[in-house]
Each structure stands twice: as structure tokens, then as C-alpha cells.
Design a binder for this molecule. Structure first.
Ligand SMILES: [Cu+2]
Length: 651
């Protein structure tokens, strides 16, 4: 049955009784018919219809709560991607966007653990990319981030590639364990009129999120509106006394920019402005450019919203849906301007609940794609106004730091009612089966993989996928050495870009240890995401030494230095990890039982689009064994941790 039929069927059923309607597993259900609106959904605030304001007033508009989509049938839920004008602030005309089911963020999908859900993600988008894309010159002290604090293109020419970009979509369920065929592959995207069919097993209770993943246009597609949250719940979580219902709120943070008209008034058009420090090498090439950041912060698709809260405990399921921006959030008391250290309790991370609650430090860090599950008890703040602000380490919380691209630190405001409920106590025990992983938990024979994060010869951040070099390999071009745990390791760079040959193969269910060596000549922080694996951080250290951009080699072995902290919000199961510039991060975990060609990549979406993404092919162990033997026939080895060169590899 097609989506069209299902909509007609729903219309005809809407007026009559559902009783007696046979539900077959082949049925399609329109998401639009299944969605439940939440309070303050679109239309919750009015506003201008044409450009009138040169700036936006913080905390003027209410937080938006996307509708809930909780399928209970055993058929297929069709979510149509459609063009829609969305109001992002009352002082801004409605903004043309690409949306899931007409909403930004997309409907919050809810599933039960173990509930198998099938989705048809149908591309019904029209026209070309709704955001305007430009490159501008740097300004301000190096690296010249000041244009990221300012609205408007300043008259820069629109990028011809983006102006002509037609809709090509691939929906990835981030953090979900599903076969690659349902995972939303970067180049298995669909064109308008067609659907991606995905089946999700929903194997763990966690805050996942879905977003576009089409290569190399993920950044502009997500900036156009293609992102939403996906909550999986289970009975164990139900039994915990955590705030729920209207006291559990999903918060999706994302920065954005808007074009201005000739009078400097904000148009209702999103601006994808990237800073290009150097000109393009030819008229047919894009210039090397920094990843996008914007001056305005949206929460749930509203710039700088406020939320009326009762003086009681709330649970916030937070996700950073920005293309690039790291949020280092502090909660301030607006009266004193001081951070409320201790007011935020971390109860979960990317992959679900922690074993026990942990007090957040003065700030909570969220790189793009990271999630944190927190409880804030407002009962001690009755009658007050609090706000989340973005901070830069070393600067006072709430102060603008334009040189670091934080011209406007505001994020959102909480308006606490006057009558306080009794103080809330977070349950002492959260997830009964959570255990912190340490190096001692790594089984003997666990597969090790090493990936360097470098700056390439074009001045762009890149991956350098490493393979253990043959014994006796001497330092030289493409050779990276690492002094680790008293042992000198010698690697050969085997691949850099998305298009390079596949080098990583893995067995489904295998325990693996991945080591990321951020050794680029310029320190750039990258959030690294691996599909199909929940991991924990084993260690994060400063890293001494660099990989040369021209030769992609080390002059001296890289050596780990001082240990760097692992914050409360990083202390649970993760699928995305912050790898700061000049650092080494080791993570460990087990691949899911699912199989196929998965991705690992930088989750700065511009970096990903620019090539910082590589495949890892996960196979049933028996199939992997056949593959190994077949490649051995050709004198090649596969996977990390195995010795030997790879003749035939180009890099
Ligand atoms: Cu990156």
C-alpha cells in the first residue's frame, strides 16, 4: 500500500470507529495521523511576517515542544519530509525549511525497548536547498572567527553548488543498533518521491536522535531542519522515580545564522556562512574553509526561548544538534549572575542511564551529537529566573567571548513559579547493570584500532586511518609512531578520505579498543562518532608531537602526556567522544550484533562532509573469516591490530 492510499484510508477512518479495522503488518500509517501535539507547539507564538528587526530579543518566545510520535501498530510508519515555513522567533519572518512531517525539530519519536519499529522516510522535498550558503573572509584575531558572531552575508556571493542543490536524503538513527541497510548510509540516499525503509530493533533505553546523513551534504541538510529526537524507554526506567510527563523535556540545541536585507534587517532565511581563510585554487573548487557556526542559539527550533517551570524537579534530555558548535553550559541565577554549581545532576549519557547520579561540575560540555540526561530541582529556586549560557573556559560564565566565536552566550531561560514543591531526591541507583569500564576489563585479544586526526596537505582536517606496519618498518612518509605503555608502535597511514579503499573490517559483537590520536599541526577539537558501538572512555591524555601535514608522518614518536579529565557527562555509555586538539583518547566497547557497512566519523558535520568519515564493515564472525582468508590470498590483511602492509593500497 502506498503512502497516498494510507492517507486516504486515515481520512476515511477518522470519522468512523476504529473497531473492526484489521491491522496487517503490511499497512502504512501516516506519521501525521499518529502524532500527538504537545503544549506550545507551532502557533504558540505570533510574530512579524516581513523583515523588521536587526537583532532578536533573548527570552522573548516560549520553548517549543515537538509533537510526540509513538507508533503502537506493527505496520510501517511513514514520515514525509516536506517543505515548511517555520517560525523560529517572533521577530523573524517564518523561515523556509526542510522538515520531518512539517515540524522542526522533527516529531519526538518514542519507542519501547524491544519494540521493533519500521519507518518509511519519504522524501517529498521540493525545489533547492532553502538555506543561503556563502564563504566569507576571516576577521578579528586568528583564526578570525568574528564573522561567526554576526548575522548576514555582508553581500558575499551565494555558493553556486549550494544554490543548485536538490533534495537528497538519508535518515540516520544516531546511537541506534540497526543493520547497516537501515542505518542511513551516506551515499545510499533517495531523491524526491521515494522512500528509505528502515527497521529499528530499539535494543536499549536511551535518547537517540535521527538526522540526515547524506554525503557530502549532511551539514546543509541538517541546517535546513532535518533532525529530531528519538526516545527509547523500558520498564526498568519506568520503575525509577524520575520526573516524567510534562516534567520531562527534550532540549535540542543548535546554532544558526540568518541573512539580512539591504537595511540590515533579519530576513527569514537561514544563512550557511563559512569562513574561508584562503581563496579557492580554481573557479571550480570550493576554498578551504572553517566549519559553520552561527550567532543565534535555538532550543527546539526557537531562538533563545524561555520555559515556565514549576518549582519542582525536571528531567531534561539534551542533545547538541549543531553542525559544529560546542556548548559548555553553565546555569546562572539571573539576579546574581553567578553559576549555580551543584544545581544540575547528570543521570545519563548518549547510551542511557548511569549507574548512579553524579553532580555536574560548574559546566556541562556537549559537542555536536552528544546527549546528556540531567535533573534540575527548581524547588530551591522558587520565583527566580535562571538561564543556561554558553561559556569559554577561563572567561566568566555568561560573558561574551567574540574572539572564540561566542558573541552571544545566551541559550535559554527558566522562569520558576513561586510555590515550591518539596525537595526532590534523585534515585541513588539508576541503571542496575551499568559498570564503569577500565583497562582491566579489556579482554585479552580485543581488537585494537588506531586513527590519527590530522591536518592534511590542503590545510583541511582529515582522518588518517592507521594499520600496524610490518616489523622493522623505519620512519618515513606515511609512517606514524607512538610510544604507548612502554612500547613503540609503528603504523602506516592506510587511508584519509571517505573515497579511499575500505580498511577496517570487524566481527559483530566483538570487543574493540579504539585510540584516537589528535596530532594535527593545528589543534582542532573533533567529536568522533562510531556507528553500532556504545563505548566508554578508558583514558584521555595530552598528546606530545604532531603528524606532519605534507608527509603525514611523525618526526618523533607521539607520546601521551598528562591525563585530562573525564567529566560526569562523559562517564557513561557514549557513541560520540570529544577528542581535543593535541590529545589521545581511548575508548572501548562491543559492536552490536548487527552487520553491514557502518561509518565512523567526525560529527562536526562540515568536517564529515569534507571527508572526515570512513567505513568499518561489520560482518558475522564466520563471514569475516572467509573475507580474511580471501584477502590473505591477495597478500592483504584487514582490520586493526593485525600486522602487515597492505600492498595495493594507494596511501
Ligand atoms: Cu572534526
Amino acid at each position: 500500500m502506498t503512502g497516498k492510499h494510507s492517507r486516504r484510508r486515515f481520512l476515511s477512518m477518522a470519522g468512523g470507529s476504529m473497531a473492526g479495522v484489521a491491522v496487517t503488518s503490511g499497512a502504512f500509517y501516516s506519521a501525521t495521523a499518529l502524532m500527538r501535539a504537545n503544549a506550545a507547539e507551532d502557533g504558540g507564538f505570533d510574530g512579524v511576517s516581513s523583515p523588521r528587526y536587526t537583532d532578536l530579543t533573548p527570552f522573548k518566545d516560549k520553548l517549543r515542544l515537538p509533537p510526540t510520535l509513538a507508533p503502537t501498530h506493527d505496520g510501517t510508519t511513514e514520515v514525509e519530509m516536506v517543505n515548511r515555513n517555520i517560525r523560529l522567533h517572533s521577530q523573524l519572518p517564518p523561515v523556509p525549511m526542510w522538515t520531518y512531517a512539517g515540524h522542526f525539530p522533527g516529531p519526538t519519536i518514542e519507542a519501547r525497548r524491544g519494540q521493533r519499529l519500521r519507518f518509511a522516510w519519504t522524501n517529498r522535498l521540493q525545489g533547492t536547498l532553502p538555506v543561503k550558503a556563502v564563504h566569507v573572509a576571516p576577521a578579528g584575531p586568528p583564526p578570525g572567527l568574528h564573522p561567526y558572531n554576526e548575522a548576514g552575508s555582508g553581500g558575499a556571493a551565494e555558493r553556486p553548488d549550494m544554490a543548485a542543490l536538490t533534495p537528497w536524503t538519508s535518515v540516520h538513527l544516531h546511537g541506534g543498533y540497526q543493520h547497516a541497510i537501515s542505518d542511513g548510509q551516506p551515499d545510499d540516499a533517495v531523491t524526491p518521491g521515494d522512500s528509505q525503509l528502515s527497521e529499528y530493533a530499539n535494543e536499549k533505553a536511551a535518547h537517540l536522535f535521527y538526522h540526515d546523513h547524506a554525503m557530502p551534504v549532511t551539514g546543509p541538510n541538517v541546517l535546513s531542519g532535518l533532525a529530531g529526537s528519538y526516545l527509547v524507554r523500558d520498564e526498568r526506567e519506568d520503575r525509577l522515580d524520575l520526573p516524567r510527563g510534562r516534567y520531562e523535556v527534550t532540549l535540542s540545541l543548535a546554532d544558526v545564522n540568518f541573512e539580512q536585507d539591504a537595511q540590515g534587517r533579519l530576513e527569514g532565511r537561514i544563512l550557511y556562512k563559512r569562513i574561508a581563510p584562503a581563496p579557492a585554487s580554481s573557479p571550480d573548487a570550493n576554498p578551504p574553509s572553517l566549519a559553520f557556526e552561527g550567532p543565534f542559539t535555538m532550543v527546539n527550533g526557537v531562538v533563545w526561548p524561555y520555559l515556565d517551570v514549576e518549582a519542582r524537579a525536571y528531567r531534561f534530555r539534551m542533545v547538541n544538534n549543531s553542525l559544529t558548535r560546542q556548548y559548555i553550559l553553565a546555569l546562572l541565577d539571573e539576579t546574581t549572575g553567578k553559576p549555580l554549581t551543584g544545581a544540575v545532576t547528570v543521570i545519563g549519557t548518549d547510551g542511557g542511564l548511569l549507574g548512579e547520579p553524579r553532580g555536574a561540575g560548574e559546566t556541562i560540555s556537549l559537542m555536536p551529537a552528544e546527549r546528556v540526561d540531567v535533573v534540575i530541582d527548581f524547588s530551591v529556586f522558587a520565583g527566580k529566573r535562571l538561564r543556561f549560557v554558553n561559556t569559554i573556559p577561563g572567561a566568566p560564565a555568561g560573558a561574551p567571548v567574540p574572539d572564540a566565536g561566542v558573541g552571544r552566550p545566551e541559550v535559554m531561560q527558566f522562569r520558576v513559579s513561586g510555590a515550591a514543591a518539596p525537595k526532590y531526591r534523585v534515585p541513588k541507583r539508576l541503571s542496575a547493570d551499568f559498570r564503569p569500564l577500565t583497562a582491566e576489563d579489556v579482554p585479552a585479544g580485543a581488537v585494537e584500532r588506531f586513527v590519527a586526526l590530522i591536518v592534511d596537505g590542503f590545510g583541511m582536517p582529515a582522518l588518517q586511518e592507521l594499520q600496524e606496519a610490518a616489523p622493522g618498518t623505519k620512519p618515513g612518509p606515511g609512517i606514524v609512531q607512538l610510544e604507548l605503555d612502554g612500547r613503540l608502535r609503528t603504523f602506516r597511514g592506510a587511508a584519509n578520505y571517505f573515497e579511499d579503499p575500505t580498511g577496517f573490517y570487524a566481527a559483530a559483537g566483538a570487543f574493540e579498543v579504539w585510540t584516537f590520536l589528535n596530532a594535527g599541526s593545528i589543534p582542532i577539537a573533533h567529536p568522533i562518532h562510531i556507528h553500532l558501538i556504545d563505548f566508554q572512555l578508558l583514558q584521555r591524555n595530552a598528546l606530545v608531537g604532531t603528524v606532519d601535514s605534507a608527509t603525514q608522518s611523525t618526526a618523533q614518536p607521539l607520546t601521551p602526556g598528562a591525563a585530562q579529565p573525564i567529566a560526569a557527562e562523559e562517564s557513561g555509555w557514549k557513541d560520540t567522544v570529544l577528542v581535543p586538539g593535541h590529545s589521545m583518547v581511548r575508548v572501548a566497547g562491543r559492536f552490536g550484533r548487527q552487520t553491514g557497512r557502518f561509518m565512523y566519523h567526525c560529527h562536526l558535520l562540515d568536517h564529515e562532509d569534507d571527508g572526515m568519515m570512513r567505513p568499518v564493515v561489520v560482518m558475522p564472525p564466520a563471514v569475516l573469516d572467509v573475507q580474511k582468508r580471501q584477502m590473505a590470498l591477495m597478500g592483504r590483511t584487514i582490520g586493526g591490530g593485525m600486522s602487515g602492509d597492505m600492498p595495493g593500497m594507494t596511501k
